[in-house]
Design a protein around this ligand. Structure first.
Ligand code: SAM
Length: 328
């Protein structure tokens, strides 16, 4: 379906020829749209208009008998996308400037809701604005550390999310104002330092009850540590680290960047270990730290290297929505 829509037309700035920074990859978009299982005639709410490309894909998928409501906080992007949709004759697409956590009550109920930006919990308004049996596909936070995201697909059953499955995927955090600096996470960061090499390194520790000087000390040690190369196959990094942060019991999950690489790991009394995207590990503290990490890898391998799709998604009700977590 996405191949039928001209990606460059929607995602390129015609004046500079540069891609609009909010563009998502066509492969990712195709996967998310396929997960949502959208049929002609449906009413779809999308959160995160961005370039307008995904709304064009959704408009084509639901056809003229369907309807697409698209929301974004960025007034300029909305104006640009609305103009492109008008030119394309997509009269069944409407686009609004609003914080998408509120959804768009006027157009409810929706058969499908699809998010391209990560809310801090699955917003209650999305659930309330869903028809019974509707499907929501959206990135979510799976734990309160920076960048710990998954895409979930769930069905709304009598006003509650049900039958949820998890899938790998990460999108920018939802914010109430437009953001242009994508260089570091916006939330949950406990310390940011500049390394000796002049790179920006940061750490995010679950619970966030760590003293600032302790967080700074850990991130500096990780940035200076010699990497254990080829510790895990990089193609398995996402599955292993998703398991790690959801299952670690002897420590607190962390996400961090050493300035040259980002990853997930844990910290405890003995030390800290971080598994980077390239499959290497940086660690500081006692040797026992690496033993704990190896035990986690052994348990993951023993369990058949479960990916996100092997995890059960469990929701807890909060004041403003539903907090998902993955159970292996
Ligand atoms: C990954 S981009 C979306 C890509 C888009 N679907 C496309 O086809 O190009 C994420 C978008 O979410 C928007 N966004 C961030 N926070 C938001 C919020 N609270 N409500 C609505 N949109 C938001 C950003 O402005 C950005 O345009």
């Amino acid at each position: 379906m996405t191949a039928g829509i001209d990606y460059d037309y929607w995602t390129t700035d015609p004046h500079t020829g540069d891609p609009i920074p909010q563009s998502s990859s066509p492969t990712r978009i195709a996967e998310m749209v396929a997960l949502a299982d959208i049929e002609p005639g449906m009413r779809v709410l999308e959160i995160g208009t961005g370039t307008g490309y995904t709304a064009a894909v959704l408009a084509e998928t639901v056809g003229p008998s369907g309807h697409v409501v698209s929301l974004d906080v960025d007034r300029e992007l909305v104006a640009r996308a609305a103009e492109l949709h008008q030119r394309a004759g997509n009269s069944h697409v409407e686009i609004h400037v609003i914080d998408g956590t509120k959804g768009w009550e006027t157009g409810a109920p929706y058969d499908r809701i699809i998010g391209w930006t990560t809310p801090h919990v699955l917003p209650e308004q999305w659930v309330q604005q869903s028809a019974d049996g509707a499907v929501i596909v959206t990135p979510v936070k799976i734990i309160d550390i920076a960048n710990a995201h998954a895409v979930i697909r769930c069905r709304i059953d009598h006003g509650k999310p049900a039958d949820a499955t998890a899938h790998p995927g990460s999108f920018i955090e939802m914010t109430s104002e437009p953001v242009t600096d994508f260089g570091q996470p916006l939330r949950y960061v406990d310390s940011i330092v500049t390394t000796d090499a002049g790179e920006r390194a940061w750490i995010s520790i679950s619970g966030h009850d760590v003293a600032p000087e302790q967080a700074e000390s850990i991130v500096r040690q990780l940035a200076a540590a010699e990497p254990h190369r080829e510790w895990i196959n990089p193609t398995e990094w996402r599955d292993f680290t998703g398991y790690l942060i959801s299952s670690v019991s002897d420590g607190t999950p962390i996400s961090a960047s050493t300035g040259i690489g980002q990853g997930f790991g844990f910290t405890n009394q003995e030390g800290t270990a971080l598994v980077l995207r390239d499959g290497s590990v940086v660690a500081c503290g006692a040797a026992a730290t690496m033993n704990t990490l190896r035990s986690l890898r052994d348990a993951w391998e023993h369990a058949g290297k479960p990916g996100f799709d092997a995890a059960a998604v469990v929701f807890t009700a909060t004041d403003d929505g539903w907090r998902p977590c993955l159970r292996y």
